[in-house]
Design a protein around this ligand. Sequence first.
Ligand code: SAH
Ligand code: SF4
Length: 409
Amino acid sequence: MTASPPITPEAMPIPRKAPAPARRNLVGLTRPQLRAALIEAGTPEKQAKMRETQVWQWLYQKGVRDFDQMTNLAKDYRARLKEHFTIEVPEVVARTVSADGTRKYLVRIAGGHEVEVVYIPEDGRGTLCISSQVGCTLTCTFCHTGTQRLVRNLTAGEIVGQIMLARDDLGEWPEPGRAPKDETRLISNVVLMGMGEPLYNFDAVRDAMLITMDGEGISLSRRRITLSTSGVVPEIPRTGAEIGCMLAISLHATTDELRNQLVPINRKYPLAQLLEALRAYPKLSNSERITFEYVMLKGVNDSDEDARRLVKLIAGIPAKINLIPFNEWPGVPYERSDWDRIEAFADIVHKAGYASPIRTPRGEDIMAACGQLKSATERARKNRFEIAAEAGLPQPERIVRRPNAPDVH
Ligand code: SAH
Ligand code: SF4
């Protein structure tokens, strides 16, 4: 046995400081979670309800990002909060403003991922289109987001944080005592129509929307929030029961055969199942209608016969049909229907008694239009041959460049 070497000062184990516990972000906690977190940080249980309300109002009613601004809290309590918590919303790394006033925010979330948020102003009000996932695991063949491989669910804080950062940019946090009324809000509506399938991230989306609707916070009515889904049927009843917001369905086809190709989740949850779930959606009425989104693809789903089948399919459901002129993106195998075709289609739907607005493409010049969103930092993307293979479509023709031919996008 050899004697162990003497311990020299250099070799002495350095007592390691316990790492500072990671501070928790308060943004995105539901009210019960916030209260529990405050208690865990030493707030006496008796005061917890009051503290929860105070902090909540600072965060969501006034938009404060610094504990020192929470002036109705004692200084030492603010210090305690600072020790345990942060107030963070995703960081805007780029902001582009379209010629038509549409604003697109490129937003960075933890892990260096990026998502896009789009604000569409209209007559002094406006709609904010937010994302629920980075990319999307579904592969609708006409959608740019669906070609992005990288996918992660956003947290509730990252979802409600998108609304908060847009309010920052628009200067919409109210002056004390002057909460915006729904009619005068710059962000009068929120739509979950950005990147991702919200019903594949149900819990975070629900929590974020409950925070958004809370009357002591952002206070946006559930009727001004629309969640768009490609048709994740098992989550539709929960959406009605636990969120209660308006529902939009990405329909896009009126037969299972075509919908299987365009919206592949249809193979799992075919049209009959989808429509049954919609008929059971709570509170459906003339003032609370389902929105059906229908992207107009030339020669694919835009015939008079398609329009007639559509109205038969949804018969009895209080509905509005949003016709979306297809937005092209590089490499996509579809084209936008001609304008007179879209109008003829709209006319048939309208005559059957349904509102059939044609969605004016907004922010196209900045790639902010529906289905054009996709992170610039994606690491790999599927090409149109892979998309076609996954959807069971015939392989697209390979484009052979002739000399002097114009660039093909
Ligand atoms: N994943 C959800 C939420 C995205 S909403 C869903 O699919 O419903 C975005 C809407 O834009 C959907 O109706 C989608 O089908 C539609 N869309 C996707 N790509 C499009 C494109 N290139 N042009 C027009 N609309 C598109
Ligand atoms: Fe995903 Fe919606 Fe795009 Fe389909 S349309 S790939 S569900 S984001």
